[in-house]
Design a protein around this ligand. Sequence first.
Ligand SMILES: Nc1ncnc2c1ncn2[C@@H]1O[C@H](COP(=O)(O)OP(=O)(O)OP(=O)(O)O)[C@@H](O)[C@H]1O
Ligand SMILES: O=C(O)C1=C[C@@H](O)[C@@H](O)[C@H](O)C1
Ligand SMILES: [Mg+2]
Length: 169
Amino acid sequence: MAVGKSAIGQQLSQQLGVPFVDTDAVIVEGHGSIADIFAGRGEHAFREIEARTVARAIETGKSNGSVISLGGGAVLDSGTQQLLGECTVVYLECDASTVAERIARNTGRPLLAGDAMSRWEALFAARRPVYERLANIILDVRSGTVAEIGLHLEERLRQHAALTKEVEK
Ligand SMILES: Nc1ncnc2c1ncn2[C@@H]1O[C@H](COP(=O)(O)OP(=O)(O)OP(=O)(O)O)[C@@H](O)[C@H]1O
Ligand SMILES: O=C(O)C1=C[C@@H](O)[C@@H](O)[C@H](O)C1
Ligand SMILES: [Mg+2]
């Protein structure tokens, strides 16, 4: 959470000239705030909505390509993990000290209620192996502006695409 998925995803989509979909934003448009969904219907209901939203975004992006920013817990769903096998998955690798100030500024994340940084660190430790396993590209986002990281990511994507093409020959 707060590593820059939405900001960097948006930046990358502009560079590539493809649509950008932020699945958290799509969920909010259709169902109201994430905090309200968690409070009123529970995390399980949120995860079901999230899995459907992610599946639709992947399906829609298939024909012409898109950049999709997922919520931090979306990859815990096994169906989503399977669908991501057809995508180029980028894991934005960050650390607690980089996100601390961002998290303190924004309190709308239900899973970080209470001691936000301890919660962030516990979730990160539990999820990190999943992020690493699913990623095609791991990008260090602990330094650099959003614009700089966007350019670096585009370069890494081009390298990845060239390597994949070479292997497929
Ligand atoms: N490299 C960066 N340098 C400075 N600020 C950044 C950087 N990346 C993101 N930010 C800022 O940090 C905040 C969180 O970024 P963003 O919303 O993109 O993260 P996220 O991973 O999508 O978070 P969430 O878990 O809420 O979906 C935003 O205010 C964003 O502008
Ligand atoms: O890491 C998570 O589980 C979450 C991250 C956010 O992007 C939202 O999808 C929601 O607050 C849950
Ligand atoms: Mg986001």
